[in-house]
Design a protein around this ligand. Structure first.
Ligand SMILES: *Cc1c(COP(=O)(O)O)cnc(C)c1O
Length: 237
C-alpha cells in the first residue's frame, strides 16, 4: 500500500473514531481530500484508494487538474480558496462546489457565469468565526441577508456554511468555536430546511469539528503530507 493509501485509511479511521465518540455515524461525514499544490500522481493514488471528492485552493491549478481528470465523471471538485471576482468564471465553469462565498456580488457573478448545461453550483457561505486576522468570511450578523440573497439566485444552490477558525491547539477551545458554527448552521436550517452541509475541520482540528456537528472535513496534510510552497507551487489564486 502506498503512503497516500495508508494515510487515507488512517484519516478514515480517525473520522470514524471521532464520530463514534459523539455517537454519530461515520457515514454522515464526507471526507474532502485537499490536494492543493500536490501533483496529479498523488491524486491518482487517492482515487485508487477510493477517494472521489477533492478540494483545491488555487483556481488555475484546480482547473488544470479538473481538465486532466475530465474522463472520470465520479470525481467531485470543490473550490475552497479565497475567490477574486476576476476568477469567478473559471470556478463557475469548472467546479461542482464553492465553499468560500462571502459577498453577494461574487455570488451573483457565479450564478450568471454558471453554464446552462451544468447543474446548479453548490455553494457554502464562509463565516469568519474566530480569525480576526483573516479578510475572508462574513460576520455571523451578516448571515441572514447574504443567505437570502444567494437563495434567490437561479444557478446556485445554497448548501450550508464553511469556516476556517484561527489555529488553536486546545481541543475544548476548538470545540467552543465549532459549536458556535453549528448553532448558526441549525438556525439557518430552520429558515432553509434544504441546507445540509457544515464544512469545518482540517488535519489539526477534525475531531473537535466532528464533535460539534461538522459533516464535511477538509483534510490535506494528513493525506498527502506537508505542502511545499517552494518555487514550483503557484504563488496565488
Ligand atoms: C489547505 C486547506 C485545508 C487543508 O488543511 P490541512 O491542515 O492540510 O488538512 C482545508 N481547508 C482549507 C480552506 C484549506 O485552505
Amino acid at each position: 500500500m502506498s503512503t497516500i493509501q495508508q494515510n487515507l485509511q488512517d484519516v478514515r479511521n480517525r473520522i470514524a473514531a471521532a464520530a463514534r465518540n459523539c455517537e454519530r455515524s461515520p457515514e454522515e461525514i464526507t471526507l474532502l481530500a485537499v490536494s492543493k499544490t500536490k501533483p496529479v500522481a498523488a491524486i491518482e493514488e487517492a482515487i485508487a484508494a477510493g477517494q472521489h471528492a477533492f478540494g483545491e485552493n488555487y483556481v488555475q491549478e484546480g482547473v488544470d487538474k479538473i481538465h486532466y481528470f475530465a474522463g472520470n465523471p465520479e470525481l467531485e471538485w470543490h473550490f475552497i480558496g479565497p475567490l477574486q471576482s476576476n476568477k469567478s468564471r473559471l470556478v463557475a465553469e469548472n467546479f461542482a462546489w464553492c465553499h468560500t462565498v462571502d459577498r453577494l456580488k461574487i455570488a451573483k457573478r457565479l450564478s450568471e457565469q454558471r453554464p446552462a448545461d451544468m447543474p446548479a453550483l453548490n455553494v457554502l457561505i464562509q463565516v469568519n468565526i474566530s480569525d480576526e486576522q483573516s479578510k475572508s468570511g462574513i460576520q455571523l450578523a451578516e448571515l441572514p441577508d447574504l443567505a437570502a440573497g444567494i437563495h434567490g439566485l437561479p444557478n446556485l444552490k445554497l448548501r450550508g456554511l464553511m469556516a476556517i477558525p484561527a489555529p488553536e491547539s486546545d481541543f475544548q477551545r476548538q470545540l467552543a468555536v465549532f459549536q458556535q458554527m453549528n448553532q448558526a448552521f441549525l438556525t439557518l436550517k430552520q429558515r432553509y430546511p434544504e441546507i445540509d452541509t457544515l464544512s469545518m475541520g482540517m488535519t489539526d482540528d477534525m475531531a473537535a469539528a466532528i464533535s460539534a456537528g461538522s459533516n464535511l472535513v477538509r483534510i490535506g496534510t494528513a493525506i498527502f503530507g506537508a505542502r511545499d510552497y517552494g518555487s514550483t507551487a503557484p504563488a496565488q489564486a
